[in-house]
Design a protein around this ligand. Sequence first.
Ligand code: 13P
Ligand code: SF4
Length: 297
Amino acid sequence: MKDQIKRLAKERNAIILAHNYQPANIQDIADLCGDSLEMSIKAAATDADIIVCCGVKFMAETAAILSPDKIVLMPNPEAGCPMADMVTPEALVKRKAELNGIPVITYVNSSAAVKAVSDICCTSANVVKVVNALDADKVLMTPDRNLAEYAAANTDKEIHLWEGYCPFHNALTVDDIKAAKATHPDALFIAHPECRPEILELADAIESTSGMIRFAGESDAKAFILGTENGLLHPIAKAHPTKTFYPASEKLVCTDMKKTTLAHIVNSLETLSGRIFVPEDIRIKALGAVQKMINMK
Ligand code: 13P
Ligand code: SF4
């Protein structure tokens, strides 16, 4: 199937993007892997005719928002993000009005329709930068409460929270971390900002998925406990073969991130199935929020 994918991708001038949480065999056949921010930027820069986005729906929608002239395919369109489903455009517009129209910063883990009613997007890699760059003392952040609390701890601004969360990162407990640290006492603990504040307090570093890969390379430490989805174990170990990586918990497995298979990719490239369409009126508005984030230096 790997050869078939390479051949089909070449014939169709398609580029394959994979998120850092994708199954190992999918990351290995992808042209580009990365975190959500890198995927957005790479999707915008490619000159391919087709983008095959291996991840979850909000990532494919972001590619479609940025590349209206390209065909964006999601090999398995069933792969969603439960956190993204915790906010609707209607509820967000209502809350913004209740807060006298303060700016809304929306995590890219959200639908195109939610981005369309937001002022700017952010990812786990740039959230603090985005909050600090906004010309406002008060902001509303959606949908991830934990990411918002992390940002609040790193800025003087008043941050209003939305009660959303990632069911996997949010399930990590202090006891999980204590147990992992007791088993691997020499390892540093790197946490994703989607973890709860009491978990972030125990972390030696707080990073996006690609930030974790960079941090492990720059650190003198030889071993690391990863407080994120366990798919990251593959690219991080591949990038740093002399270092050791342990999951903070075996339960950190995002079921949606594992829904895409090589067979889905073959089928999608053969039949152009799984095409993602974002209605043009929503796309234009969502583009404003995503592009503002990408343009931020
Ligand atoms: P990153 O942007 O850090 O890759 O995270 C995406 C995600 O879905 C985290 O759960
Ligand atoms: Fe969504 Fe969590 Fe899965 Fe990331 S790990 S895609 S936030 S459910």
